[in-house]
Ligand binder design. Structure first.
Ligand code: GDP
Ligand code: GDP
Length: 446
């Protein structure tokens, strides 16, 4: 889920950037190394009570001037407002309402975003009431006296504002995990399905999926001993598609890849089944590519392990081979099983649990920035030929399923693939994310 955005608007010099610094926490301050930085849109993470948001400083809004850059700034402010869940309109309490404030107020009234009027520079509470009361005349509702410098009054404003923000979604532990079992014909998909739906599990019921004859099967697995009572539910996607082909004569090329693509799309975790005797084929690579594209978590199941002649190295050699050939999903865990003998089949669902957990995971902004700080101090971002160094201002997770982290940097193009992979590895090493793709969005300040 993306974080809601709060836009801060107002004419120049009313204290917008001071307020944004206050909302985002002073310790988090971005070091600006270029002039005119508040003219760009910068997103900063902030929170109040249980709500997290991004604050965006829109730059000074000026309507009654035709200097070259002003229409651009205005466009920026409008774009920022369009994507915001709420806005704070800042005015200067020491100066009182100005014609420019009135113009902005008039414009703001036509927007559909809920907004709050912050009368800034109200350091003294008694004075503040008098100063802010002048702003009733803007016709925007209650003015909140605040001080960006000292922080007073902001709590009252934020208490009201956050009622317009969705709380951060914390997925419940017990919600069902949607699992797609995919792979070429004869790799052992239906044998695995039988193992999952076997005797020690209650099949709750077959449930109709979205496509006409896609039947999902819901199975329950009793919780582990240490989590007594908790059970896990898995929805096995399109089990009809896995079983049905038995009665149909398909040509050698056909292995229901479109059906597999549909199942992948509906799933949280994909079980990618590979035949140990055949190894990874081109079709397998196609499926892996689709899994990565769709941002699904995955577990690679190498089946028919019983039929492989092996010594003590075989499993490591095979693992490397599979990883190399399935580079699209090189973050997925690999398990070697035998649906026939039942060897390690029980473990597959443990890996599914881990992958689903990583896929749903949300990491706080402060933890992400700790990892980034550490990563950057070990290995600084590349420097361009002109000698300008890449800078990461901060990162924040903007979505889950798959985990998506936005990195705000001075210039995205200064970060080459090597460095991007390095940062991704650091996130994986320090934050887990086992079995799930992660997406990194490299954003410049504009
Ligand atoms: P912006 O152009 O709207 O982003 O305004 P700034 O944040 O750059 O502030 C403009 C001026 O107002 C600066 O000189 C600030 O020090 C001052 N200022 C900002 N907030 C306050 C405040 O809460 N109280 C007082 N007294 N001055 C403030
Ligand atoms: P599907 O087409 O992917 O659903 O594959 P099936 O589950 O129908 O299995 C295809 C063939 O492989 C059947 O003859 C199975 O008995 C055999 N098979 C499945 N799993 C294993 C296994 O773990 N070991 C061996 N040796 N054969 C297996």
């Amino acid at each position: 889920m993306a974080l809601p955005i709060v836009a801060v608007i107002g004419r120049p010099n009313v204290g917008k950037s001071t307020l944004v610094n206050r909302l985002a926490g002073v310790t988090d301050a971005i070091v600006h190394d270029e002039p005119g930085v508040t003219r760009d849109r910068t997103y900063r993470p902030g929170f109040w009570q249980d709500r997290e948001f991004l604050v965006v400083d829109t730059g000074g809004l000026v309507f009654d001037d035709d200097t070259e850059f002003l229409p651009l700034i205005r466009e920026q402010a409008m774009a920022a407002l369009a994507e915001s869940s709420a806005a704070i309109f800042v005015v200067d309490g020491q100066e009182g309402p100005t014609p420019a404030d009135e113009t902005i107020a008039e414009w703001l009234r036509q927007q559909s975003v809920p907004f709050f009027l912050a009368v800034n520079k109200c350091e003294s509470p008694q004075q503040g009431i008098i100063q802010s009361s002048q702003f009733w005349e803007l016709g925007l509702g209650e003015p909140f006296p605040v001080s960006g410098i000292h922080g007073n009054g902001l709590g009252e404003l934020l208490d009201e504002l956050i009622t317009h923000l969705e709380p951060v979604e914390i997925p419940s532990e017990t919600s069902e995990i949607k699992v797609a079992i995919v792979g070429r014909p004869n790799v052992g998909k239906s044998s695995l399905l039988n193992a999952f739906t076997g005797e020690n599990r209650a099949i709750v019921s077959p449930i109709s999926g979205t496509t006409r004859d896609a039947i999902d099967m819901v199975v329950e697995r009793p919780g582990k001993a240490e989590k007594e009572g908790e059970s896990k539910t898995y929805r096995l996607i399109d089990t009809a598609g896995i079983r049905k082909k038995k009665n149909v004569d398909y040509g050698p090329e056909f292995f229901g890849i479109n059906r597999a693509f549909k199942a992948i799309r509906r799933s949280d975790v994909v079980l990618m089944v590979i035949d140990a005797l055949d190894g990874v084929t081109e079709q397998d690579q196609k499926l892996a590519g689709r899994i990565a594209e769709e941002g699904r978590a995955a577990v690679i199941v190498v089946n028919k392990w019983d039929a492989v002649e092996k010594d003590s190295h075989t499993i490591y050699e095979q693992e490397k081979l599979v990883k190399d050939r399935l580079s699209f999903v090189d973050w997925a865990e690999i398990i070697f099983v035998s649906a026939q003998t039942g060897q390690r089949v029980e473990k597959i669902l443990d890996l599914v649990d881990t992958a689903a957990e990583g896929h749903r995971r949300r990491v706080t902004t402060s933890v992400i920035n700790e990892v980034l700080e550490e990563a950057v101090s070990w290995h600084s971002p590349p420097t361009s030929r002109q000698g300008r160094q890449g800078k990461i201002y901060y990162g924040t997770q903007v979505a889950s399923q798959p985990p998506t982290i936005a990195l705000f940097v001075n210039e995205p193009k200064r970060f080459n693939d090597n460095y991007r992979r390095y940062i991704e590895r650091q996130f994986r090493q320090h934050l887990g994310f086992t079995g799930t793709p992660i997406r990194l969005l490299w954003r410049g300040k504009k």
